[in-house]
Design a protein around this ligand. Structure first.
Ligand code: ARG
Ligand code: ASP
Length: 659
């Protein structure tokens, strides 16, 4: 009976099993390898992950603590996204050497640019230590011992399935990582914010780095004596391209998903939290956009801020749309009811749903207040630096900055739950008579710096309130609606779910540990009768090219290459026409952190670099809908064409292994 029900539910909800959902642990990939091979993977589990021999994992790195990168040569050459290397590229850019605008290509090793705070980490090994911990071994001792296994090693113990399993991860960290090349932003960030999270896409979102090591190939702090790192493994590159239906695998570091949360939490996200945050940011973006449209100096000044505020703003909208469309809240509720019925005869789980719901209602307002405070009061500047004051555009900013204070004060006031107010704010409004008058007071003092007492007081009070909320939730790492108690309850709930729904293919939520996702190149039905094919080409870039529009103003060199059809081996016939493939869509389950991840074909060859998803598919952080969830990658042939024909850096390609 249970089985029949589960099968029915699986059909009903299109829960995973045959879908391309899942972010799998590399050391356990043996459990999936049969399915992968059935779908077109031609290598073995040991090729993906092994501790006895070099394997693909030795070609993948955590880049700068939040992105992924892959090794593509025997001399430590590394590919990642332009938006992942952005900080490094920006730090080397000056008015005379504006690498953001014009790109940069080191002609020799000596020209490669060191980066102070940039590191990459290889996974040396991972190990299930659940039993060792249960047997009483000391966590700190396990970590300490692992760190001593090698130079530059560090280790962490990470929970899987809310603590049902504990894994030790041992990393080797390299701190001498140099910038080798980047296309101009007009290629690397082509489409800018306008095209962000959008398909069809034409962004050449890549940059090139090199890892350096000591003479004995070990991690070392930057030194001119360091030499290019010789990796245990690097990825060969296929220039034969991809076609719809081809197998793809993504190997990288996804950051954060919540696939097993209760319907209560999903309705919190889709009906309360996301809509509030979207509304707040809509107003904030409007204020910045108006300033940007009115004044060229302000356009540049607010560009980075606008981009970062808009990124999550657009993502959340897609998330809400996806969850609403798919009725995730009600389908999860049915799933929970059925689990609850089963749990009645399993004492260990009989009260778990009620306990979870109880804890959710205890913490929801507090957590919501925290989110609102972050989006409003905590996002304002509490000082303007000397450098800013010296900038030409500083005085132009005054009305916009003031408007942001007025707006965000009012949004905070309107939305923050009564029990979790910021004390100094309430006092300030009381003294000044209104929110607007209080905003003027704080802002005037900050702007003229006559006296910043009121802003210092407000900031301290904001921090105090945020600290008190975190204390009441009992946990420090708060990336999602969660508490210490909730996490303990989820340990039990997930254990029960896995016992009950034994036909479901469970995988642990993303937590910035190395994962494998596999699927295929695939378009999707965007709207009734409107199918989006999974490949774009240079022709689409030329169609968008517009010197008047900042996001679409491509470099002249790219226009020239297109005019000459001078594509060499990077060209391909699409619909009978010679062009260069630019981006593709696939069904791989990815999230933030997967940016820069290698997209690997059935032969283990690199065919693209992952960099985004479509905004309407970002619900995959909560529920993966195979009909709509798609990741976006830049085709490796476009990357190579840009390195070769735009960067004139074919010597880099000579280092790579092309097939
Ligand atoms: N949406 C992608 C991600 O979440 C890319 C963001 C960077 N690009 C941009 N135009 N802001 O990271
Ligand atoms: N753009 C994201 C990143 O930077 C990837 C995603 O959310 O799909 O990691």
């Amino acid at each position: 009976m249970k089985r029949i029900f589960v099968t029915l539910m699986t059909l009903l909800l299109s829960l995973p099993v045959w879908a391309d959902e899942g972010m799998w642990l590399p050391s356990l990939i043996g459990e999936r390898i049969g399915d992968m091979q059935k779908k077109g993977f031609r290598l073995t589990a040991d090729d993906i992950y092994s501790i006895n021999q070099a394997s693909m994992k030795d070609a993948v790195v955590l880049f700068d603590g939040g992105c992924t990168g892959e090794l593509v040569s025997a001399e430590g050459l590394l590919l990642t996204n332009h938006h992942c290397g952005y900080g490094a590229i920006q730090s080397h850019s000056t008015v005379e050497h504006d690498y953001l605008t014009h790109g940069f290509w080191a002609r020799t090793h000596a020209e490669e640019l060191p980066n102070k705070d940039l590191s990459v980490c290889f996974l040396v090994r991972m190990e299930d230590i659940t039993e060792r911990l249960a047997a009483g071994e000391d966590r700190e001792e396990i970590i300490r011992a692992a760190c001593e296994e090698g130079v530059g090693y560090h280790a962490a113990i990470e929970q899987m399935y809310y603590g049902n399993q504990q894994f030790l991860f041992v990393y080797e960290q390299f701190d001498d990582v140099r910038l080798v090349g980047t296309p101009p932003s007009s290629i690397g960030k082509f489409g800018g914010d306008t095209d962000n999270w959008i398909w069809p896409r034409h962004t050449g979102d890549f940059s090139v780095f090199r890892i350096y090591a000591s003479k004995d190939n070990k991690p070392a702090a930057y030194s001119p004596d360091n030499v290019p790192y010789r990796p245990k493994r690097f990825l060969p590159i296929s220039t034969r391209g991809v076609r719809e239906g081809d197998f793809t695998m993504i190997y990288g570091f996804p950051g954060n998903t919540q696939e097993y949360i209760l319907s209560d939490a999903i309705s919190y996200i889709a009906e309360r939290s996301d809509p509030a945050k979207i509304a707040i940011r809509t107003g904030r973006l409007d204020i910045m956009a108006r300033a940007q449209a009115s004044d060229p100096a302000l356009r540049i000044h607010y560009a980075a801020k606008h981009a970062s505020v808009a990124n999550a703003w657009k993502k959340w909208q897609g998330e809400v749309l996806g969850i609403t469309r798919r009725k995730t809240v009600s389908s999860k509720r049915i799933y929970e009811q059925q689990f609850g019925a089963w749990a009645q005869s399993h004492p260990e789980y009989s009260t778990i749903l009620a306990d979870l719901r109880g804890e959710y209602s205890r913490i929801m307002d507090a957590y919501f207040a925290r989110e609102i405070i972050f989006e409003t009061l905590a996002s304002l500047p509490y000082s303007y630096s000397e450098e800013e004051r010296a900038e030409d555009c500083f005085s132009h900013r005054e009305p916009t900055e003031r408007e942001l204070f007025h707006y965000l004060f009012a949004e905070y006031d309107k939305r923050c739950p009564q029990d979790y107010r910021v004390e100094a704010f309430t006092e300030g409004v009381g003294e000044c008579g209104s929110t607007d008058a209080y905003a003027d007071k704080v802002f005037d003092e900050l702007w003229t710096r006559s006296d910043t007492l009121s802003s210092r007081k407000l900031l301290a009070s904001v921090k105090e309130r945020l600290g008190a909320i975190v204390d009441s939730l009992g946990t420090k790492s708060l990336r999602n609606l969660n508490s210490k108690r909730l996490n303990e309850l989820y340990t039990i709930y997930i254990k029960g779910l896995r016992e009950w729904d034994d036909a479901r293919a469970f995988y642990p939520d993303a937590n910035l540990t190395l994962r494998v996702a596999y699927g295929s190149i695939r378009g999707y039905e965007y709207a009734d009768g409107e199918y989006h094919i999974p490949q774009t080409t240079l022709e689409g870039i030329m169609a968008k090219d517009n010197q008047e529009v900042y996001d679409y103003n491509i470099p002249q060199a790219l226009r020239d290459v297109h005019a000459r059809k001078d594509y060499g081996r990077w060209g391909s016939r699409v619909n009978g026409k010679l062009t260069v493939p630019v981006c593709f869509l696939a069904t791989n389950h990815t999230t933030g952190g997967n940016s820069g991840s290698p997209v690997i074909n059935g032969n283990g060859e690199l065919v693209g670099i992952n960099f985004d998803r479509t905004w309407r598919s970002t619900m995959s952080d909560i529920e993966f809908d195979p009909s709509i969830c798609r990741n976006i990658a830049v085709d490796i042939r476009y990357v190579l064409m840009v390195i070769d024909r735009i960067g004139n850096a074919s010597y880099l390609i000579d280092e790579m292994e092309l097939r």
